[in-house]
Each structure stands twice: as C-alpha cells, then as structure tokens.
Write a protein that binds this ligand. Structure first.
Ligand SMILES: C[S@@+](CC[C@H](N)C(=O)[O-])C[C@H]1O[C@@H](n2cnc3c(N)ncnc32)[C@H](O)[C@@H]1O
Length: 228
C-alpha cells in the first residue's frame, strides 16, 4: 500500500472508494450537529489522504477552511476541475500546493501534493479539526501504526478528529479497505486521545460490492478523537 500502489489506481481509474455523494456522518457532525455557521470561519479542517473527496467541497461551502493531502496529482487536478474551481499551483518541497482562494460561498481549499508521512507539525498550523474517511482504513496494519505515530506528532492538545472506520472479519477479504477494530483503536489512541464512539451500524446490506467480495458482516463506526 505504498504511494505507487495508489498512484497506479488513480492512473487506471480504479477508484471504487470515491463517493459521489456527501458522506452522511460529515453532514451530520459538521452540519446539523456542528458549530453555527459564523463560528466555522475560525475552523480549519485537515483531510488526510483526501483523494478527490466531495466532502472537501461541502466543508468549504459550509464555512470551514480545508487543507487536504494527497499523493496523486490526478486526484487533485480532478477535484478542482470537476468542481470548476479556479486554483493556482505553488511549487515546493516536499509538497506542491494547490490552492483555491476564498470567494463568495466558499472558504479556502488547499491540497498538498505529496506524502502524508512527510508532514511536519508546522504544515498543520491553524488546523482545529481532522476528517478521516477512508484514510486510516486505507492502510494495512503495519502502516496504521506509522499513521498513528504521525498523527500523534502532528496534533496539539484539543484537536478533534471525526474518524470513520469499517470493521469486518479481516480473513474474509484482502484490503483496502482494511478492518479496524475498536480494540485496535483503543490500543493505539487510548492513551493520548479521548475516544468517543458516536454512531455505528451494520452496512453490509447496502454494500453489494463487499457482499460479492465474500464478507459476512461489515460494520461502520464514527468516532470523535480528541488529542489530550
Ligand atoms: C481509500 S482512498 C480515500 C480517499 C478519500 N479520503 C475519500 O474519502 O474518498 C485513499 C487515498 O489516499 C491516497 N494516499 C495513499 N497513501 C498516501 C500517502 N502516503 N500520502 C498521501 N496520500 C496517500 C490515495 O491516493 C487515495 O486517494
């Protein structure tokens, strides 16, 4: 699951993980249950391993500033072009920055082209929230440990994450997506983060592609993690 695996998937258009609809947990926890519109201007959401997620556009159209990171420039260009957003490209190392400035009805969206594991705490300056859909679960177990270590390094006290996981019998299917259990989450994040389980439901009945891949159960869970 190294970068070249994902870059090849974007090149071949094998992007079954991409959702054409807004994620309902995002709409609920950042929308309906989220802060008032006026309070959102001071909030900046980091979207790790962001792909071309529509959720970033929704965040920016609903008052939040957005910072994504993605290793495929195909995904990043698709995102801006498919939504007809003007953007500029700022070359740099280790990240090339793609920036769509704030305009009426849309906050600033910035996407870093590069490797999540190259991020330093200074890159996340101003970030208050993290939205993790299909990021942690995109990684196999050994890489999830590195992902956790990087998240620990990057976050300061009070930062909140909305994390959406999938749990299924791992022996029934090769990832991605990978199964992440509540146990693993507690073991990794339990000491440095407050973990609140928000919602969970069995989604197998709505997921024919995972039924076809042989799963007998598939559970989706949303957590709020707060850095202590
Ligand atoms: C399963 S997809 C999820 C995309 C997005 N979060 C969504 O909800 O549609 C994982 C994404 O992470 C990107 N990715 C994988 N490893 C990465 C890394 N080390 N640094 C940056 N992006 C990475 C892939 O190119 C892919 O777009």
């Amino acid at each position: 699951m190294q970068r070249d695996f994902w870059e090849e998937r974007w090149q071949k258009g094998e992007t079954g993980f991409h959702q054409d609809i807004l994620n309902p947990y995002l709409a609920y926890f950042y929308g309906e249950k989220g802060p008032a519109l006026a309070a959102r201007q001071s909030l900046k959401v980091f979207v790790p391993l962001c792909g071309k997620s529509l959720d970033m556009l929704w965040l920016a159209q609903n008052g939040y500033q957005v910072l994504g990171i993605e290793c495929s420039d195909i995904a990043i260009k698709d995102f801006f072009q498919e939504h007809k957003l003007e953007y500029r490209v700022e070359p740099g190392q280790p990240f090339i920055r793609y920036v769509s400035e704030e305009k009426t009805g849309q906050s600033r969206i910035e996407i870093l082209h590069g490797d999540f594991f190259d991020l330093a705490p200074a890159d996340l300056e101003g970030i208050t929230d993290i939205y993790d859909r299909a990021s942690m679960i995109a990684l196999p177990e050994t890489m999830r440990l590195d992902y956790f270590k990087k998240m620990l390094e990057l976050q300061t006290e009070g930062m909140r994450t909305l994390l959406i996981t999938l749990t299924y019998p791992q022996q029934e299917m090769d990832g991605p997506p990978f199964s992440v259990t509540e146990n693993e989450l507690n073991e990794l994040y339990g000491e440095a983060f407050k973990i609140d389980k928000l919602l969970g439901k069995d989604i197998l009945v709505d997921e024919p592609r995972f039924q076809q891949r042989g799963l007998s159960s598939l559970y989706e869970t949303a957590y709020k993690l707060t850095r202590k």
